[in-house]
Design a protein around this ligand. Structure first.
Ligand SMILES: *Cc1c(COP(=O)(O)O)cnc(C)c1O
Length: 503
């Protein structure tokens, strides 16, 4: 399988995964999309040995889907004659194999800390490959960007004046992007704590013209919106274009618009499953059926006078319009008599974006060992994993994809219909709330100590974004899958003892 020529749809529905689904599913099932490389890996006889060697849980990543997705985005842009570059948002996964893959394939890197920038430079990135979008930028970070020549996405006037004084003091130059927000969409202002409000455009122009500087140039405009709405991005681009024109008239060499991340990912096989889950969940927390979540966890909703209200606080695990189709929809939307792609093109603007989650779709999984199984009051099992909840968690309150069960080898399980069990996956932290998944699960052939539980598609945020070392447990090891190597797995450079020492 050669990177860059793989059809991403090839990953979408792999029938050979079906056999892996039989051992575990939700009581209301949410079968996930399983990338094509995963079934053979999960059936490999050495899987248990690898978990023994590297520890549980074990993260396994694969940069090939990552590159295929980036290529698909580039194709959408080039079909529309656009000059385009994606900057991989590093915060979505810390593994350096993705950095290496990005750099080998001329993708840029969106870095949000000094550490991410230093690692990227040590990995061979040139300063032009990096954009710094850190939410908080201390003086050391700004100096690092300036001395290395990394583009800084400026968030506010304080940052802008600080950069200006650093440049004057050090007699050097820097290329900047202005992060913008405050766009109006369907007559409402989109809230953000980041960026210059578009209402400050005039003040920005006044500032830039009042303090002309041969050191500082505004090379681009940037935004990153919350949520996944394509139409909001159309509104944002449309409202930025007149500002591009004004900046250029003021002498700024604005050459790109960077539309940030938030490209949607679909984790589930079927929309109907997703709708059914929420129907059954509503009935359960209203007391009209048995639990579908642990102790009827409302997943962010609440019951008020027999009504189930509020939105679930979970990522939209099923979405129809994803990644490249989403980008195409934005670029093909016609506003003011021309589509967005043409409007960018007619100004000679390069399109940039900062995808994190969407490049990491299909690009990793997490495997954990069952360390204990006991019965809870009421008959459900507590399946205890050598793992904790922070090792598969984002701001979404649950991971809404069914796990896959890989049975311990060498045991002949004479399963009968009577072996069916239901229960929950718990983690090793000493809190009542440490669940790996809050949904109630069925194990049609039972579950035992030594079995492995695989959580599919965890590379985007789930592995790393909230991982913690409470109880002084070590962090999970990260390995890179390589189908061409006899070893199959190797440790990612991030876990090599000295390579990370970039202090
Ligand atoms: C988090 C973030 C991204 C990546 O977002 P995804 O949803 O993972 O694509 C890109 N840019 C900025 C500024 C971010 O904060």
């Amino acid at each position: 399988m050669k990177a860059g020529v793989v059809d991403p749809n090839e990953y979408a529905s792999d029938l050979s995964a079906d056999g892996l689904r039989v051992g575990c599913r939700g009581v209301v099932p949410l079968p996930g999309r399983i990338a094509a490389w995963m079934p053979s890996l999960l059936r490999d006889e050495r899987l248990h040995q690898w978990v023994d060697r590297y520890g549980s849980p074990l993260n396994i990543i694969n940069p090939e889907p990552f590159l295929a997705h980036a290529a698909a985005l580039s194709r959408v842009a080039s079909e529309r004659g656009l000059s385009f570059r994606p900057y991989f948002a590093r915060k979505a996964n810390k593994c350096l194999a993705f950095v290496d893959a990005a750099l080998d394939n001329r993708l840029g890197l969106d870095c949000a800390s000094s550490q991410e920038i230093k690692q990227s430079l040590l990995s061979g990135a040139s300063p032009g490959d990096i954009v710094c979008t850190a939410a908080v930028k201390d003086a050391d970070l700004l100096k690092l960007c300036i001395s290395a020549g990394v583009t800084i996405a400026i968030d506010n006037f304080e940052e802008l004046t600080e950069v200006d004084s650093l440049l004057a003091r050090e007699n050097t130059s820097a290329g900047l992007a202005l992060r913008m927000s405050g766009f109006v969409h369907r007559e409402e202002k989109l809230h953000s704590r980041f960026g210059f409000d578009l209402d400050q455009a005039r003040d920005l122009l006044t500032y830039l013209q009042g303090r002309p500087s041969s050191w500082r140039s505004i090379n681009g405009l940037h935004f990153h919106l919350d949520g996944y709405c394509a139409d909001q991005r159309v509104s944002a681009i449309r409202q930025l274009l007149p500002f591009v024109d004004s900046l250029r008239r003021a002498g700024e060499p604005v050459s790109f618009i960077d539309i940030g991340g938030g490209l949607p990912v679909c984790y589930l096989l079927n929309e109907a499953d997703w709708a059914r889950f929420w129907r059954e969940h509503r009935r359960a927390i209203a007391g009209k059926r048995g639990e579908v979540t642990y102790r009827n966890d409302p997943l962010g909703r609440f019951v008020y006078r027999d009504q189930v209200l509020g939105e679930p606080r979970v990522y939209p695990f099923y979405q129809q319009l994803t990644r490249e189709a989403w980008l195409a929809e934005i670029l093909d939307t016609v506003v003011d008599d021309a589509c967005i792609a043409r409007q960018l093109n007619s100004r000679g603007l390069e399109l940039r974006c900062q995808p994190g989650r969407s490049l990491l779709d299909d690009a990793g999984l997490t495997v954990a060992r069952v360390e204990g199984v006991k019965s809870l009051r009421g008959g459900d099992l507590a399946v205890q994993l050598a793992m904790n909840g922070t090792q598969c968690r984002t701001s979404s309150v649950d991971f809404c994809v069914d796990p896959l069960l890989v049975e311990r080898r060498g045991v002949d399980r004479q399963s009968t219909q009577d072996d069916e069990e239901t229960g929950y996956l718990f983690g090793a932290y000493c809190t009542e709330s440490d669940l790996i998944i809050r949904r109630r699960l069925v194990f049609p052939q039972g579950v035992d100590v030594g079995d492995l539980v695989a959580l599919p598609n965890t590379a985007g945020y789930f592995m790393h974004f909230l991982e913690s070392r409470s109880h002084q447990f070590p962090l999970a090891k990260n390995t890179v899958y390589d189908s061409t190597s006899t070893e199959v797995l190797r440790l990612d450079r991030i876990d090599e003892p000295r390579s990370e020492g970039v202090q």
